[in-house]
Design a protein around this ligand. Structure first.
Ligand code: PRP
Length: 216
């Protein structure tokens, strides 16, 4: 039997996903062990392999078929824009992509002025300002701690993920507009979906049933 390979987003998303698999009766072969430095975990009995990757790399592994299945945030799926099947909303990792800044920056959004926007998500930001707001902006790509940008004068606003809102609050910023709602999704390689349809569909069904049970 060929291994079915599942790429997980390192961190909290991976832990929640592995927990869901375990609740479905799918043994995740020690991938839950926090202290391990191993990157790949094999369940020989089911012919399943799990590995942990950085979020933006998950769609890449799945697109090239190095993983058949990926679990990743909707933000990353949209930003990476690879041809994949998105088959299931896992419901966790719920948050929002928002335009944020100091309250005083709201006027820049209403006026349609040329402003600078710092973000880890340039494609989503470009689509939002160009196609939805019809506002020309300069996008500055950062790799983290995006909230710093308007504080130190790098940009007027940011486009970033807001979950509890506590990072914004702690830095005197607020949500100025919502871009898209987000949560963890399951994606599948398009060839794998045809070649391994039965096994992949079985996994989707088991996960979906468990999620429905949990929400009932
Ligand atoms: C994310 C995001 C925000 C924060 C939002 O950052 O970029 O900074 O979490 O969460 P909150 O609304 O609950 O405060 P992350 O911790 O992933 O680190 P990063 O700044 O390096 O992207």
């Amino acid at each position: 039997m060929r291994y079915l390979t599942v790429a997980l987003t390192k961190g909290r998303l991976a832990r929640q996903t592995l927990d869901l698999f375990e609740r479905c009766g799918i043994d995740t072969a020690g991938a839950m062990d926090k202290d391990t430095r191993k990157l790949i975990f094999t369940n020989e009995e089911l012919g399943l392999r799990f590995f942990l990757a950085k979020g933006p790399d998950v769609p890449t592994y799945v697109y090239y078929g190095a993983a058949d299945i990926g679990i990743v945030g909707r933000d990353t799926i949209i930003e990476e824009n690879k041809k994949l099947y998105e088959v299931l909303d896992l419901g966790f990792g719920r948050c929002r992509m928002c335009v944020c800044g100091p309250a005083s920056a709201k006027k820049y959004l209403d006026s349609g002025e040329m402003i600078r926007v710092a973000t880890k998500y340039p494609a989503i930001t470009k689509d939002y300002f160009l196609n939805k707001k019809h506002q020309t902006v300069e996008i500055i790509k950062l790799n983290g701690s995006i909230e710093l940008a308007p504080i130190v004068g790098l940009s007027e606003v940011i486009v970033d993920i807001v979950e509890t809102g506590s990072t914004l609050k702690a830095n005197g910023l607020e949500v100025l507009d919502e871009v898209i709602p987000l949560s963890a999704r399951m994606v599948v390689n398009q060839v794998s979906m045809k070649m391994e349809n039965e096994r992949i569909s079985e996994i989707i069904t088991r996960l979906r049933n468990e999620l429905q049970k949990q929400n009932a």
